[in-house]
Design a protein. Structure first.
Length: 417
């Protein structure tokens, strides 16, 4: 990316963009703090420059507004409005996307700092995860020391018995893998002028993702790599060996670790995934009983005893768990917001996909970036078949950051970074 000398770059905006992209995945609380500062600084800059944003300038305003509006309707018609309202506020994270979009559009150097911050964040998450893998196999006593540390920040890096040797960096295992899946794919296209750097970061992220043993994000990664291969074949008439081969080799090496191999093999057998199948079957019953508006946002947990316990006890008689989601975003949204809510979600996802696809034909100079972005979108939709990543703030922040970076690229730019 190159700076546009005709546009004023306000340095505090660059600083807070960098700090947000650096911390949003590794520490969501810090991410909120820095996006708050960015909001205040950007509003102040807008007032100082006497800018008047127009509604027409907001990308995907109608789909985002429709999604948030139906969320509040489903909450009002659901089981308990107060609980739903607390979680409905996540629908308003679209304002973070718009804030990033306008920050990058009006301050081109902020995009550079966003890419740098996100790259460092991905490197940190991947390296800490791979170090956890080495620790659990080569120095388990270190892990024991981390486990009993009085500091919760230090304990966050420990692999506990319930993790079953699955690495997670300093955050939750699934959230960790979802962020790395998007990061690994995006790095393949954003560092165009330093392709080797993007590939190295992508290899680290893909390796740590496999080491996490998270099957849904891994499936999303595969879908993203397929889109990259198809994109390069369509526009260059060549196979994307320089990008795909390093990813495949890193995944193949880690796949030979017995724990990881057995973990991914379970995805091939229905009897090894009875928990997922049971949740999906019962969530269908919730949709059938509440087809229009669902049970209300965040109320899958509320109706768990009524709908899930009987089926759950058939297969897991000794487990007393109460789940908050059904590990499928589409069933989750249909259960909480009704079939209408699912349609609204698909409209939003479709709008994002169409916008990302159209960019492939608008600017050949940044096509690598656009192919990688479309691959991230595909990966996100696929991983949500077995996860509810659109309800994880760290993952939503990541997706919105990547979309804002790609959608504000300027045709005159000759290098991605």
């Amino acid at each position: 990316m190159t700076n546009n000398s005709n546009t004023l770059d306000f340095k505090p905006i660059n600083w807070f963009v960098f700090l947000f992209s650096l911390t949003m995945a590794a520490s969501i609380s810090m991410g909120y703090i820095f996006i708050g500062f960015l909001t205040l600084v950007y509003i102040g800059w807008t007032i100082y420059c006497k800018q008047k944003p127009r509604l027409a300038d907001f990308p995907l305003l109608a789909p985002f507004a429709l999604y948030a509006l139906w969320g509040i309707i489903a909450s009002l018609c659901g089981i308990g409005f107060e609980r739903s309202l607390r979680y409905w506020r996540a629908d308003l994270l679209c304002f973070v996307f718009w804030l990033l979009y306008f920050s990058f559009k009006n301050h081109p150097s902020a995009r550079i700092w966003a890419v740098r911050g996100f790259s460092i964040s991905i490197a940190f998450l991947a390296i800490t995860g791979l170090l956890q893998l080495a620790m659990i196999h080569l120095a388990p006593s270190v892990n024991e020391w981390l486990t009993v540390s009085p500091s919760k920040w230090i304990r966050a890096f420990a692999i506990l018995p319930r993790h079953n040797q699955r690495v997670h960096g300093p955050i939750h295992t699934l959230t960790y893998a979802e962020v790395l899946a998007l990061g690994a794919i995006f790095m393949a296209g954003v560092w165009r002028s330093k392709r080797w750097l993007g590939i190295i970061l992508g290899i680290l992220a893909a390796g740590a993702l496999i080491a996490s043993g998270s099957r849904g994000p891994a499936l999303g990664l595969i879908a993203g790599l397929v889109v990259i291969a198809a994109g390069y074949a369509a526009f260059t008439k060549k196979f994307a060996w320089p990008i795909l081969l390093p990813f495949l080799l890193s995944c193949l090496i880690l796949f030979f670790l017995p724990v990881m191999r057995e973990r991914f093999k379970t995805a091939m057998f229905l009897n090894k995934n009875q928990d997922r199948l049971t949740m999906w079957q019962v969530s269908y019953k919730i949709v059938r009983d509440n087809p229009l508006t669902g049970v209300g946002i965040a109320h899958i947990r509320t109706v768990w005893p009524e709908y899930f316990n009987r089926e759950w006890k058939k297969y897991f008689p000794y487990e007393q768990e109460i789940w908050s989601d059904v590990h499928n975003l589409y069933f989750q949204q249909a259960g909480e917001r009704g079939i209408t809510g699912l349609i609204v979600l698909l409209i939003l996802f479709g709008a994002i996909t169409v916008k990302s696809f159209k960019l492939l034909f608008s600017d050949p100079e940044n096509r690598d970036l656009y192919i990688a972005t479309l691959a991230c979108v595909a990966a996100f939709w696929v991983m949500n078949l077995t996860e509810s990543a659109f309800q994880d703030t760290e993952v939503v922040f990541t997706l919105y950051l990547l979309l804002a970076i790609a959608w504000t690229a300027k045709p005159a730019e000759r290098q991605s970074v």
